[in-house]
Design a protein around this ligand. Structure first.
Ligand code: APR
Length: 264
């Protein structure tokens, strides 16, 4: 037992055919991006009811657009951390071995993709995209960057309001993302649940579903999440420290299992 994770987890990863990684804001904390519900987190400074729902947007589009413009600046200037990079390394190794790997994320910061992860399923959208609330036309960054406190950004095609492509409270999650996440949860042999408080549904149902379908579910979090008692293993630690160590242990386990096969 090193870095807080069990040998059972390492062996399950080494034998897995499909691993699903489910992530939340905590995986980006070491990149300098505030989480939502931790002390000093985003929702302790800002009111989600004033910023992260459609009515708030229609009532005060400038406020909401400039807030997301600032969030976008912060995540664009941030860099993927060792946790994001380890997840991308896991994916590469699984694909090289002809196996499957899926990253199901609640994050909208695009850091998994910037770290090199390919199969990223976005449950809550992505700050890198914007679209017109009326005609649904994709709106460019240049358009969104003109957002200011006194003049909201309007669609150049229909004059509708431009909004970030993120899922706000009270909105449906993207249909295809849910389909893909449920498929991964159903077929996963291991689910790593990383840096989420697991209090926001329906997203938090995904790791639980994986467990119900037989996957070994382990969480990595600086403190137990809301589902810690419903899963197989709860690892306390920073994801940027635990994940690189877990990847090394997994590599060793794969190597030694290959060596024992070759000896036979
Ligand atoms: N490593 C691992 N876990 C960490 C780290 C770290 N370095 N730092 C913080 N955490 C954990 C916290 O203990 C907490 O459990 O990350 C979790 C962050 O939880 P939230 O702030 O609630 O974020 P998240 O679970 O992603 O929120 C879900 O809520 O506000 C909405 O749409 C938003 O996608 C978001 C959703």
């Amino acid at each position: 037992m090193s870095k807080g994770f069990s040998d059972i987890l390492v062996q399950r990863l080494a034998r897995a055919r499909l691993v699903m990684v489910f992530t939340g804001a905590g995986v980006s904390a070491e990149s300098g991006i505030a989480t939502f519900r931790d002390p000093g987190g985003m929702w302790s400074k800002f009111k989600p009811e004033e910023l992260a729902n459609v009515n708030a947007f229609l009532n005060n589009p400038s406020l909401v657009q400039t807030w997301y413009k600032e969030r976008k600046r912060v995540v664009t200037e941030a860099e993927p951390n060792a946790g994001h990079l380890a997840i991308a390394a896991f994916e590469r190794d699984f694909l090289e071995r002809g196996l499957e790997f899926a990253v199901v994320t609640q994050n909208v910061d695009n850091l998994h993709q910037r770290a090199g992860s390919k199969n990223v399923i976005e449950l809550h959208g992505n700050l890198a995209r914007n679209y017109c609330y009326e005609c649904k036309r994709d709106a460019s960054d240049e358009e969104m960057n003109t957002a200011s406190d006194d003049e909201p950004v309007h669609c150049v095609q229909c004059s509708g309001l431009v909004r970030p492509d993120v899922v706000w409270f009270g909105e449906q999650l993207p249909y295809q993302s849910i389909e893909d996440a449920v498929d991964a949860a159903r077929r996963a042999s291991v689910c790593l649940c990383i840096g989420t408080s697991a209090v926001v549904y329906p997203a938090a149902q995904i790791p639980l579903m994986a467990g119900e379908e037989g996957a070994y579910v382990a969480e990595i979090n600086i403190e137990p999440s809301a589902i810690a008692y419903q899963i197989d293993e709860s690892i306390q630690g920073k994801s940027g420290e635990v994940l690189p160590a877990l990847f090394e242990a997994y590599k060793e386990a794969v190597l030694s299992s290959n060596q024992s096969i070759n000896l036979n």
